[in-house]
Design a protein around this ligand. Structure first.
Ligand code: COA
Ligand code: AMP
Length: 633
């Protein structure tokens, strides 16, 4: 069993240069690389360093050159507005190259940064592709982040232009982007040159020329622009992700390795061919959206679906089945939380039975732990393989998965299957030795990482080296913990830092703590991710007030909740801030977050021997019961 897979995997580990050189033959190069991997300056490895290519060329022009310009590249479906659209590769290229021309007219040059803060509309994809067409580095910011987060990304990237839209649609509310952008621009120390705003029909907003211009205006007189030649190691994009502090990390992606790796994954991991319809139900603001709404499917030359809706509430729990059936989707990739939401609303699959899903072949889940109950529920309903796979913003593609295009392997519920070719995954125990099968430890990947991962952090080589590559010499530290079993299956159990996953969205509890600490009545606080049936985890805040504060607790709680919404964004889903008397700490002053989390999750915990005052834990238990986080008894 898995002989074919094992052979390919072993080749990728024993001779990565040969493996990825072969894969690189599948993409378009202006100049083919002759130097495959430069290992001279670890941990800064360089893939395909003398290759010359272009991301947009591989996503669009290459397929048109091959005679596939009439194939549908993008299907857009927005259940809230009722808008639907299909764009062929030729049509998409025409729009992208016009917007690329518009960006050039606005002074954007190779290497300049462009922030994209947009809802899930084709123009967001067009803006991304237009940037890489002319060698500008895009940084997409998720629409659920608040102005403060947007401002920190403007400052860190020193963006020249910001591209946005007049609004986005969430079930039950319209998200007005302009005031959020205005506030971010006000807060940012770095000043952008210009804002380009796409006016959505019926939701036009007033713009203040010349600094604010509409998408329509800038494209009305722009010329279609060709792809520029990019060195393989020049950056395609920055995507900021939560780090262990409030300062986000700018994950960068290089050009050549990204195209090679992502194109390889479409067939080998997802079993997708050029004439297939693929759908990733995520958001372009997240890595899943970057890699699998936009880049990988377009590199492959298949059709990708852009869905501006939700699994439930747009309008009902049949939304996913409708898309799959309407467009004959072969495979779907989403976060487990989406399926938990559907299961909650429609446990018996009544909506499902209304649709014809005869073309549907597999469901891929990632972004957070996929609980076996949800996987089994989906398998029973869909009657197709449900595949849990594990990856990170840092890697941009799966570290472990069932590689369905190579060989389907058996499912072990609760495991994210085996390491994907290219990744030499190991477990290291706290005594720094390699773990035996089934022994728990930190999950690491032997360096060099395969192509398409992150060669460094934006303007932060030192942080890259210290944060990820130093704790275990010669390995990339994933900050996930778990074990590998005797069959090589990887079991992801928890994060080892302060990152939590809320509905598949990656958040830092440290960043939320930083916001709470700014409240003038708060002396100290702890934010924890507690287990939640729908979203996987939810953040709760425990706050200790300064002496002499005379505001009532409820008001302070409400203010804290609002501050997190205003500073981080609604996506944090921060709804609980409990005022407590004191926080449990070790004698050396470290807050016992792990113990509090166990209490809140109602799982067994040991009294930490170093606790300064054991009575506090009982007090916290009572507070959690009072706030309905924990049931009495
Ligand atoms: N722009 C503005 N606000 C956004 C947003 C966006 N792009 N995306 C989410 N938000 C807001 C929501 O409106 C909500 O605000 P509210 O507090 O006013 O209700 C808040 O952020 C939380 O949103 P969400 O995480 O979507 O939770 P939800 O309760 O509205 O919906 C699910 C729950 C499960 C339906 C939803 O999380 C979902 O569809 N998840 C799919 C998984 C996914 O895409 N993961 C991404 C990584 S793969
Ligand atoms: P992100 O960078 O947003 O993709 O989040 C990456 C983190 O999500 C990982 O480090 C894991 O903690 C978690 N994660 C992603 N996929 C899985 C999975 N299949 N199982 C368990 N955790 C996962």
């Amino acid at each position: 069993m898995s002989e074919k897979f094992n052979k390919i995997y072993t080749q990728s580990i024993n001779n990565p240069e040969k493996f990825w050189q072969d894969a690189s033959d599948d993409i378009f190069w202006f100049k083919k690389p002759t130097k495959i991997l430069n290992k001279s300056n670890p941990p800064f490895y360089k893939w395909f360093e003398d290759g010359v290519t272009n991301t947009c060329y591989n996503a669009l022009d290459f397929h048109i050159d091959q005679g596939n310009g009439k194939r549908i590249a993008l299907i857009y479906d927005s259940p809230i507005t009722g808008n639907k659209n299909k764009l062929t590769y030729e049509e998409l290229r025409s729009k992208v190259s016009k917007f690329a021309g518009a960006l050039k007219n606005q002074g954007v040059m190779k290497g300049d940064r462009v922030i994209i803060y947009m809802p899930m509309i084709p123009e967001a994809v067009i803006a991304m592709l237009a940037c890489v067409r002319i060698g500008a580095i895009h940084s997409v910011v998720f629409g659920g982040f608040a102005s403060n987060e947007l401002a920190s990304r403007i400052d860190d990237s020193k963006a020249k232009i910001l591209v946005t839209a007049s609004c986005g649609f969430e079930p039950g509310r319209t998200v007005e982007y302009k005031p959020l952008v205005d506030e971010a621009i006000k807060q940012a120390k770095h000043k952008i040159d210009k804002m380009i705003l796409f006016q959505r029909a019926g939701y036009e907003v007033k713009l203040n020329a010349p600094k604010e211009v509409s998408w329509e205006e800038v494209t009305s007189n722009s010329q279609e622009t060709d792809c520029i030649e990019m060195n393989s190691n020049e950056f395609a994009y920055i995507l900021y992700t939560s780090g262990t502090t409030g300062t986000p990390k700018g994950i960068v992606r290089d050009t050549g390795g990204h195209i090679v790796a992502l194109k390889w994954t479409m067939k080998n991991i997802y079993n997708i061919d050029e004439d297939d319809i693929w759908w990733s139900a995520s958001d372009i603001g997240w890595i899943v959206g970057h890699s699998y709404i936009v880049y990988a499917p377009l590199f492959k030359g298949c059709t990708t679906v852009l869905f501006e809706g939700k699994p439930v509430g747009t309008p009902d729990a049949g939304a996913f089945w409708k898309i799959i059936s309407d467009y004959k989707v072969k495979s779907l990739f989403t976060a487990p939380t989406a399926f938990r939401a559907i299961k909650k609303e429609d446990p018996d699959g009544k909506f499902f039975s209304k649709y014809n899903l005869s073309k549907f072949e597999s469901l891929f889940l990632a972004g957070e732990r996929a609980d076996p109950d949800t996987i089994k529920w989906a398998e029973n309903l869909l009657k197709v393989p449900v595949i849990d796979h594990w990856w990170q913003t840092e890697t941009s593609w799966a570290i472990s998965s069932n590689c369905t295009g190579i060989e389907m392997m058996k499912t072990k519920y609760g495991s994210a299957c085996k390491a994907v070719p290219g990744y030499d995954v190991k477990i290291i125990k706290s005594d720094q030795t390699l773990a035996k099968p089934n022994e728990m430890g930190d999950i690491v990947v032997k360096l060099p990482l395969p192509p398409g991962t992150f060669p460094t952090l934006w303007n932060a080589d030192k942080r890259y080296k210290e944060n990820y590559m130093s704790n275990y010499d010669g390995y990339y530290q994933t900050y996930d913990a778990g074990h590998i079993d005797e069959d090589g299956y990887i079991w992801i159990m928890s994060r080892t830092d302060d990152i939590i996953n809320v509905a598949g969205h990656r958040l830092s509890t440290g960043a939320i703590e930083e916001v709470l600490s700014e409240h003038q009545s708060v002396a100290e606080c702890a934010v924890l991710g507690i287990a939640d049936k729908l979203k996987g985890q939810l953040p709760i805040g425990l706050i200790v007030l300064k002496a002499g504060v005379d505001k009532d607790n409820e008001t302070i709680s409400k203010e804290c909740i609002q501050m997190v919404r205003d500073k981080i964004g609604p996506v944090a889903a921060f709804k609980v801030a409990i005022v407590i008397k004191r926080l449990p700490k070790t004698r050396s002053g470290k807050i016992l977050r792990g113990t509090i989390r166990k209490i809140a999750d109602n799982v067994e915990y040991k009294m930490p021997p170093t606790i300064d005052d054991p009575v506090i834990l009982d007090e916290i238990k009572k507070d959690l019961i009072k706030n309905n986080i924990l049931k009495d008894g």
